[in-house]
Design a protein around this ligand. Structure first.
Ligand code: ARG
Length: 462
């Protein structure tokens, strides 16, 4: 019989018992549940609601249960509805009457959301640590390949030359913003609902602040109805995880593309590639593809929670039991994706020649040739047209701008002089982008300082 079975004369069917249970999912929250119960018991003792002896029995009993769970000796009873029931039942079986006093002034409604908030806080911190590791790997790679040049793209067409560190650091900034979102989700979870009881608060003289500070929460919730039904902090975590997965999927897509025979820009290490069971020559970027694919599930977790919460009346409704599975999954998936990406970035080989060969295709110097003319007084729109003609000429000759002679240039505009030839050099073109946030190496050096500052600041807030 369940711990709440007093007013029942019949047991639920085996099926409904299984259908209604959340134990298979929420047993992952055992440590938070036990921590919450210990803090609640100590507070009840401090307020004289239960005796000091009962507090000691409860706390040591809960410690024993935790040790048994962690050693694998604890056998979860599949007939228990959830982790709260499992732990409380085991406690009563162990210490008797004192255990039966633990649930004084508490409901599973405030208990479950306390556990979930504690769990979410820990997982946010884990994710923030994994996020920092990935950003560090990107910064290290940016420094390792500081002078490597490659085409920058718009519309997937060659646009202007950029340095590889600039490209890599673009991702470091995306992940830096994700860190902030994860930190905000952790802050959102950092409020203690314990003491809200079932929905309306309780008649016992609880010290809510004591429980909250014992559990390391930054404060207490202000409205009991809101407290037991609010899962916004999980939405925040799921959203942060979704956005970061979207960023990971964009990076993955580039790694997949860059490791094709057509691009050949990078070679992923064997440790992050797989073979084919039929085609002996294959080396597939499976893990980048998997990260790209897992994004769908994580975004699905967010959407599932949004829809579960939609139209829920106050206060607790059993629908809320559906809140944990997606959050646990999203956090685990993102953490794994971060580690996998960190490994992939740290071990990939950059094929400098393949990148720089492509820089010489597709008229990447065209904008700069137009700027050259504009700086000599030709209106930019006119200059644009002149270079358009030069590109047409190259198309006819199947060559690039670098292959044209000074005479070819002069035939289009007499503003062209000898120095146009060196103005076509891809590195000089890229290096000339010296504005803050530009791809010139001078600007990238400054950007690296900013990236490393943000990494150091984020490390210290873990
Ligand atoms: N297993 C439940 C959940 O995850 C715990 C709260 C149950 N409360 C209740 N009144 N049935 O939401």
């Amino acid at each position: 019989m369940a711990l709440w079975s007093g007013r029942f004369t019949e047991n639920v069917s085996e099926f409904t018992q299984r259908f209604g249970a959340s134990l298979p999912v929420d047993k992952a929250l055992y440590a938070q549940d036990i921590a919450g119960s210990k803090a609640h018991a100590r507070m009840l003792g401090a307020r004289g609601v239960i005796s000091p002896d009962d507090v000691d029995l409860i706390v040591s009993g809960l410690d024993r249960i935790q040790a048994r769970i962690e050693s694998g000796e604890f056998v979860f009873d599949i007939n228990d509805e959830d982790i709260h029931m499992s732990v409380e039942k085991a406690l009563i079986a162990d210490i008797g009457e004192a255990g039966a006093r633990l649930h004084t002034g508490r409901s599973r409604n405030d208990q479950v959301v306390t556990d979930t908030r504690l769990f979410a806080k820990t997982r946010c911190t884990d994710l923030m640590a994994a996020n920092v590791a990935l950003r560090q790997a990107l910064v290290d790679a940016a420094k390792r390949h500081f002078d490597v040049i490659l085409p920058g793209y718009t519309h997937m067409q060659h646009a202007q030359p950029v340095f590889l560190p600039h490209h890599l650091l673009a991702y470091a900034w995306m992940f830096a913003r994700d860190f902030k979102r994860l930190a905000a989700a952790r802050d959102a979870a950092d409020v203690c609902p314990l003491g809200s009881a079932a929905l309306a608060g309780t008649t016992y003289p609880l010290d809510r602040s004591m429980t909250a500070s014992e559990l390391g929460f930054g404060g207490i919730t202000a409205n009991s109805l809101d407290a037991v039904s609010d899962r916004d902090f999980l939405l925040d975590l799921s959203y942060a995880a979704s956005v970061s997965c979207v960023h990971l999927s964009r990076l993955s897509e580039e790694l997949v593309l860059w490791s094709t025979s057509e691009f050949g820009f990078i070679t992923l290490s064997d440790a992050f590639s797989t073979g084919s069971s039929i085609m002996p020559q294959k080396k597939n970027p499976d893990f980048a593809e998997l990260i790209r694919g897992k994004t769908g599930r994580v975004v699905g977790d967010l959407v599932a929670l949004l829809v579960t919460l939609k139209s829920l009346p106050l206060a607790y409704n059993k629908d809320l039991q559906e809140d944990k599975e997606g959050m646990i999954d999203a956090a685990r998936t993102l953490e794994d994706c971060y580690s996998c990406m960190t490994g992939m970035i740290s071990t990939m080989t950059v094929n400098e020649d393949a990148m720089s060969t492509q820089v010489n295709k597709g008229y990447l110097a065209a904008t700069d040739v137009a700027d050259y003319l504009a700086k000599k007084g030709l209106p930019f729109r006119r200059a644009h047209e002149v270079v358009g003609h030069l590109v047409l000429l190259c198309d006819e000759r199947s060559c690039d701008l670098e292959d044209l002679s000074l005479e070819d240039f002069k035939a289009e505009s007499d503003l062209f002089e000898e120095d146009i030839i060196e103005a076509l050099d891809a590195r000089s073109i890229a290096d000339a982008r010296i504005t803050e946030g530009g791809t010139g190496r001078e600007a990238i050096r400054k950007q690296l300082v900013l990236v490393e500052d943000s990494l150091a600041a984020d490390c210290s807030s873990l």
